[in-house]
Design a protein around this ligand. Structure first.
Ligand SMILES: *Cc1c(COP(=O)(O)O)cnc(C)c1O
Length: 465
């Protein structure tokens, strides 16, 4: 039977089309019969001779200079080493990110820790942006020092401070953009250039690598590798899966890292299950463009409505005219056709005279939503077709001490909203209802501190702002 034709036949197919069909023909799957690749559910693989088995082990993670992931027929041995569903997903993720390779892991954190595992060793140093997703912060703060890896925290929006923070031991510059949850942006080109300028004087083994957590934007809105960043890590659980059904993570990067990542995954064991790879491959990636286009439009409408609401103190969404880093957003956030792509995440702060009052108001809003809202759901995670809302200060980012949260731009009254596919007017209705019932007093003037705040300060939980 003839193979399905590959997309390389003279016409330049749109990325959006390729997210649906992938490489079409791949030696990792026989597409001659199936339109949809079946779920491969086999922990081990039949080897037709001991010689083939031995060759499989020799070739595993030894692509070396002869890097032909996309053309070489693999010898499958055992799920933890590699199997067709993950391999197919990885081919398509590399295509989506514009990277030479991609390796999947059991979760986003599995991907972040694997990247650290292959790049860092005792005595080396990470320079990280001061605000990060809570579990990444905890990994860097609580675990890296046990491996004698030092972490230096810097504000990456201050490029001078970043350049000065680099030491001879620095091996990794790590950040998110947009930052979870503040939606602060970091200049991809500028960080890549700082690494390049330091690397001019360094030996290969001492090189500084750059890595971006691209979970908020997804490759549909931003492709950091095209901007000169070495590695992208991403939680597949979020926008890439899109339906909230599966957990996974990916590291996308240069071909030299492929063997190391495979070896690391084999030995540390954090593999993505083929049963989780499959829905991301079959539903998540093919629908990414259409989901995100609509969710971004909804996020724009919701963000504008929040901005007009006098119970809202501030709104951050890269698509708003008032977004403080609007021009940077336009430089680095665009879809495959070059259209501005501000993402689906909104961060807003409710009013309140003091940090403590805003904290109390945010919790009241979120609690009302948890009990009464139809379109909004109090839940962590993001990028789903269902709108999710949470209070990062006490939930996803609670591992960051309150005073560090404030320093990093996280207001105690900050609320993170992941806008889904519902009608945006319904989302706005439910938000307004929550503001109304949470009895947030409109723009109260004066500087009297609330009792909650005084109590919080006495307990040492909040810094004064
Ligand atoms: C959720 C998330 C992660 C972790 O991903 P998991 O799949 O939950 O392990 C990492 N970074 C960011 C920005 C996230 O939002």
């Amino acid at each position: 039977m003839k193979k399905k034709p590959s997309p390389k036949n003279g016409h330049r197919y749109a990325q959006e089309t390729k997210l649906i069909w992938g490489e079409a023909y791949t030696p990792k799957w026989d597409y001659s019969h199936h339109v949809i690749p079946p779920i491969s559910s086999s922990s081990t693989f039949r080897l037709d001779s001991s010689q083939r088995g031995a060759r499989g082990f020799v070739e595993f993670a030894h692509h070396g200079e002869d890097f032909r992931v996309h053309t070489k027929e693999p010898i499958y041995i055992y799920d933890r080493l590699g199997e067709p569903n993950k391999d197919l997903l990885e081919e398509n993720l590399a295509m989506a990110e514009g990277s030479e390779c991609a390796v999947t892991f059991a979760s986003g954190m599995g991907a972040v820790s694997a990247l650290c595992g292959i790049l860092l060793g005792s005595g080396s140093e990470i320079v990280a942006h001061r605000t990060l997703y809570g579990c990444t912060y905890s990994l860097f703060k609580n675990w890296m020092p046990r491996y004698r890896v030092k972490v230096t925290w810097v504000d990456f929006t201050d490029l001078k401070a970043l350049a000065n923070a680099v030491s001879p031991q620095t091996r990794l510059l790590y950040f998110e953009t947009p930052v979870n949850p503040t939606l602060e942006l970091i200049d991809l080109n500028a960080v890549a250039e700082i690494a390049r300028s330091h690397n001019r004087h360094r030996k290969h083994e001492n090189m500084i690598h750059t890595a971006v957590d691209n979970t908020f934007a997804t490759p549909f809105c931003q492709r950091p590798i095209e901007a000169g960043i070495d590695f992208v890590v991403e939680s597949l659980t979020k926008g890439l899966c899109g339906f909230g059904t599966d957990v996974g993570g990916v590291v996308a990067g240069p071909s030299w890292s492929y063997d190391r990542l495979l070896m690391y995954r084999k030995d540390f064991g954090g593999i993505l299950s083929p049963k989780a790879a499959w829905p991301i491959l079959v539903y998540g990636l093919p629908s990414l463009a259409v989901r995100f286009r609509q969710q971004m439009q909804n996020a724009q409408v919701v963000a504008e409505a929040l901005e007009r609401d006098d119970r809202v103190r501030s709104v951050r969404f890269p698509g708003l005219d008032t977004f403080p880093q609007r021009s940077l957003a336009h430089v680095q956030m665009h879809d495959y056709d070059g259209r501005f792509a501000p993402g689906t995440m909104v961060y807003f702060t409710v009013v309140g005279d003091s940090a403590g009052e805003r904290h109390a108001n945010a919790k009241a809003v979120v609690d009302f939503i948890a009990e009464h809202s139809y379109t909004l759901t109090l839940a962590v995670s993001l990028g789903s077709i269902r709108t999710l809302i949470e209070h990062p200060g006490s939930m996803t980012h609670s591992s960051i001490p309150p005073e560090r949260q404030l320093e990093g731009g996280m207001d105690p009254g900050g609320i993170r909203l992941s806008v889904g596919l519902e009608n945006p007017d319904d989302i706005i209705h439910d938000l307004r209802e929550a503001f109304e019932h949470a009895r947030i007093s409109k723009l109260k003037r004066g500087n009297g501190q609330s009792r909650t705040h005084r109590k919080a300060v006495r307990r040492g939980r909040l810094a004064l702002s």
